[in-house]
Design a protein around this ligand. Structure first.
Ligand code: GAR
Length: 204
C-alpha cells in the first residue's frame, strides 16, 4: 500500500487511530513542538518532524517548508488530523485530490471552531463528523464519509465531543484506507466509493 503523512497540532488521537488501524503512516509532522501526539508516533517507530509556524515570517514560507518536509517521504496521501493552520491556496493545490481532513461536525454545518458548542446552542438533533478532501475553502470539500450521533437532552460539550470523537476514530481510518486502495472516485465534486460500501454511519 502507498504511504501517508499525517499532520497534527496537538493531542493526536485521530493520528493514533490511523496508526492503530495499521495504515502505512510514513511520518507524523507537527507545527508545534509540544504536540502530545508526537511521542506516540515515535514510540511506534514512525518518523516525526516539527515545522514550527513561528519560525517563518509568512504563510507562504511556512507552507513551503511544510511541503518540503512532507515530500521528503513521498506520500500518496496527506492526512490533516487536528492540524490547526490555515493553508495557502498554493499548498492546497499542490496536494489537490490527495489531502484529507477530519472535521468535528456534519459539514457543511459548523465549519471552523467550537463545533460542539455551536451544535448545542443551535439545537440540532444530530451532530457528527466528516472526512473530506481539502480545498481552498476552510472545512469544505468533497465529502468521503460522515458519522452522525444524536444530540441528547442532557448533553454538554464534553459529552457530545467524546461521542463525536469516538466516531472520528472510526471514519478516518476507513476513509484513508479507501483512498490508499484507490477506491475513491470524485465526480462533479461528489465522492463515491468503488464497491458497495456505506459512506455514512449512525451511532445512537
Ligand atoms: C479533532 O476533533 C478534529 O476533528 C478537529 O480537531 C480535533 C483534533 O483532535 N479538527 C478540526 O477542528 C479541523 N477543523 P486530535 O488531535 O485528538 O485528533
Amino acid at each position: 500500500m502507498n504511504s501517508m503523512v499525517v499532520l497534527i497540532s496537538g493531542r493526536g488521537s485521530n493520528m493514533r487511530a490511523l496508526i492503530d488501524a495499521g495504515l502505512p503512516v510514513a511520518a507524523v509532522i507537527s507545527n508545534r513542538a509540544d504536540a502530545a501526539g508526537l511521542a506516540y508516533a515515535a514510540s511506534r517507530g514512525i518518523a516525526t518532524a516539527i515545522v514550527s509556524h513561528r519560525d517563518y515570517a509568512t504563510r507562504d514560507a511556512f507552507d513551503a517548508a511544510l511541503a518540503q518536509a512532507i515530500d521528503a517521504f513521498h506520500p500518496e496521501l496527506v492526512a490533516l488530523a487536528g492540524f490547526m493552520r490555515i493553508l495557502t491556496d498554493g499548498f492546497v493545490q499542490r496536494y489537490q485530490g490527495r489531502m484529507l481532513n477530519i472535521h468535528p461536525s456534519l459539514l457543511p454545518a459548523f465549519p471552523g471552531l467550537d463545533t460542539h458548542g455551536r451544535a448545542l446552542s443551535t439545537g440540532v438533533k444530530l451532530h457528527g463528523c466528516t472526512v473530506h478532501f481539502v480545498t481552498a475553502q476552510l472545512d469544505h470539500g468533497p465529502i468521503v464519509i460522515q458519522a452522525a450521533v444524536p444530540v441528547l437532552r442532557h448533553d454538554d460539550e464534553t459529552r457530545l465531543a467524546a461521542r463525536v470523537l469516538a466516531q472520528e476514530h472510526r471514519i478516518y481510518p476507513q476513509a484513508a484506507r479507501w483512498f490508499l486502495e484507490g477506491q475513491l472516485v470524485i465526480e462533479g465534486g461528489v465522492v463515491r466509493v468503488v464497491g458497495d460500501y456505506p459512506q455514512q454511519l449512525y451511532a445512537p
